[in-house]
Design a protein around this ligand. Sequence first.
Ligand code: SAM
Length: 259
Amino acid sequence: MSIGQPVARAWIDRWDAQQQAYLPDREDRFTVLIDAVQECAGRPDPLVLDLGCGPGSLSVRLLDRIPAATVVAIDADPLLLALGRAAWSDLASQLRFTSQDLRTAGWSTALGLDRPADAAVSTTALHWLPPAALAAMYGEVAGMLRPGGLLLNGDHLREDEADAPRLARLGRALNEREDRHRAPDAGGETWAGWWEAVANDPALAELVAERDRLALGSNHHESPSVLLGVHVAALRAAGFAEIGTIWQHGDNRLLCAIR
Ligand SMILES: C[S@@+](CC[C@H](N)C(=O)[O-])C[C@H]1O[C@@H](n2cnc3c(N)ncnc32)[C@H](O)[C@@H]1O
C-alpha cells in the first residue's frame, strides 16, 4: 500500500506541531545544528547521517539549507520511514531513508556508504538507547566520520545527581519553574494523540500492523540515556577528540563531538 504525498505531508505537519508543543525551541535547535554542519563541513556537498530521523523533519531542513548535501536518514520505525519516503519523494536522489535499528551491531556497515560522512546528526532520539547500545552506536558513528567530522545530538540531557547533586537539583527546579511560567497548554495534539490518530487512519493500517508486529509501540516512558555524563563518557570511549555543549536552553542542549 503506498501513501500519497499530500497525505504523508499532512501527517508530518501534525508530527511537527506535536513535537513543537513539547519542544518550543525545536526550530532554533534545528537551525543551530545545521549552522554547525555548514560551518564545519568544509565542502558544499557534505554527507550527513540523521540518526533516529523519524519522518525526516531534520533531514529536510538540512537539505533546504544545504541543497547539495546527501542525507542518509536512519530509523527503525516502518511507519515513520514510510511517511518520510512518501512526503519527500522529490528529494529521493539526495535523501535516502533506511531502516536500521541503532541497537544492532553492524548497522553502519549495512548502510553501504562509499565515503566517510562529514557529520552525524540527531534530534530527540538517542536517549531511547540503553547506555551499552548507545556506546556501541557512538563507536560505529566514529568509524564512519572523517577526521574532524561532527556528531551533533540535540536532546534533553541532564546533569547526573550522583556527580553534581546541587547542579542536578537546580537544573530540575529551573525546568519546573519554566514549565509553570509557560502559557497553559492550548489543547494541541499530544504525542499519544498523534499515534492514536495514525492508528485510526485506514490508509496507514498495514504500516500500523507492521509496527505492531515489531512491537515498537508508541508509549515511550523509558528514557535510559538522559544523563549528559553517559553520552560524554561514551563519546570519549568512542575516540571523539573534543566534546561539549554548543547550545543550551535548560537541559535541552546540542551536544557536539568532534572526531
Ligand atoms: C521523538 S522521535 C524524533 C524523530 C526526529 N529526529 C525528530 O526530531 O522529529 C525519536 C525517533 O527515534 C527513533 N528510534 C528510537 N529508537 C531507535 C533505534 N533503536 N533505532 C533507530 N531509530 C530509533 C524512533 O523510531 C523515532 O523516530
